[in-house]
Design a protein around this ligand. Structure first.
Ligand code: SF4
Ligand code: SF4
Length: 221
């Protein structure tokens, strides 16, 4: 999931100081799990804006904010509320914000959250980064642990000389990714696969932005 964090409210207020009326768009998926875009946060922001003398014409928690056509369909029922708002505030990740930008060419759109990383929720609203979306997965060779993401240096053939007692030199709370990989491969009795190979330098062109992809099957082939 995409991990998001609420932006500083004063900063948001400064950004929207020239507008009086707002329509709010949350997201029921990642942003809700992050506590940045659920029904609760949409209501809270509406109340806070009102207490600042702003008008809130309405709000919605979109099912999946980054699903452009689905969100467009959901927002049809809120046409009047959206039209009467000077500005849209999107309470999801940046992808959801850009859905609104795409759907409403003539309205200013502001993000209420910062998008942080792709991660896992390990406890309630506690998140760890697990994947860098680099475009060429090597998890099949590293026991399912991503060194590009979980090693601060992104080393492919670690551990480096800074590893101490299984911990990373970058921070004592970070377990060395390569020690974790080694231990896991050992447990799986696959150490030979690991020690017998050296990863080549990566071709980072697989991660070149902006990326696009279609999962549709080509017809007539
Ligand atoms: S808009 Fe962002 S927060 Fe919402 S489902 Fe899509 S990726 Fe997750
Ligand atoms: S100690 Fe391990 S996790 Fe830390 S930078 Fe070196 S190889 Fe990467």
């Amino acid at each position: 999931m995409i991990i998001s964090r609420k932006r500083d409210f004063q900063e948001l207020l400064e950004n929207i100081k020239n507008y009086k009326s707002f329509f709010l768009i949350g997201c029921s998926e990642c942003a809700s799990l992050c506590g940045t875009g659920s029904e609760k946060e949409v209501k809270e922001l509406a109340e806070t804006l009102k207490s600042e003398g702003k008008e809130v014409t309405g709000g919605i928690v979109a099912k999946t904010g980054c699903q452009v056509l689905g969100t467009k369909k959901e927002l049809k029922a809120y046409k009047d509320e959206v039209n009467s708002a000077e500005c849209l505030l999107v309470m999801s990740c940046g992808a959801g914000t850009q859905t609104a930008v795409e759907l409403f060419e003539d309205k200013p759109v502001y993000a209420t959250n910062d998008s942080l990383f792709l991660g896992n929720m390990t406890r309630f609203q506690v998140f760890d980064e697990r994947c860098s979306m680099c475009g060429k997965c090597i998890l099949d060779k590293t026991g399912g642990i991503c060194p590009i993401t979980t090693c601060p240096k992104g080393l492919l053939n670690g551990p480096c000389g800074g590893m101490k007692d299984g911990h990373c030199e970058v921070g004592p709370d970070i377990p060395c990714a390569w020690v974790r990989i080694y231990e896991r491969m050992k447990k799986l009795d696959k150490l030979e696969e690991l020690t017998g190979s050296v990863f080549d330098a990566r071709d980072w062109s697989t991660g070149q932005s902006p990326r696009a992809f279609s999962a549709r099957e080509k017809k007539g082939k």
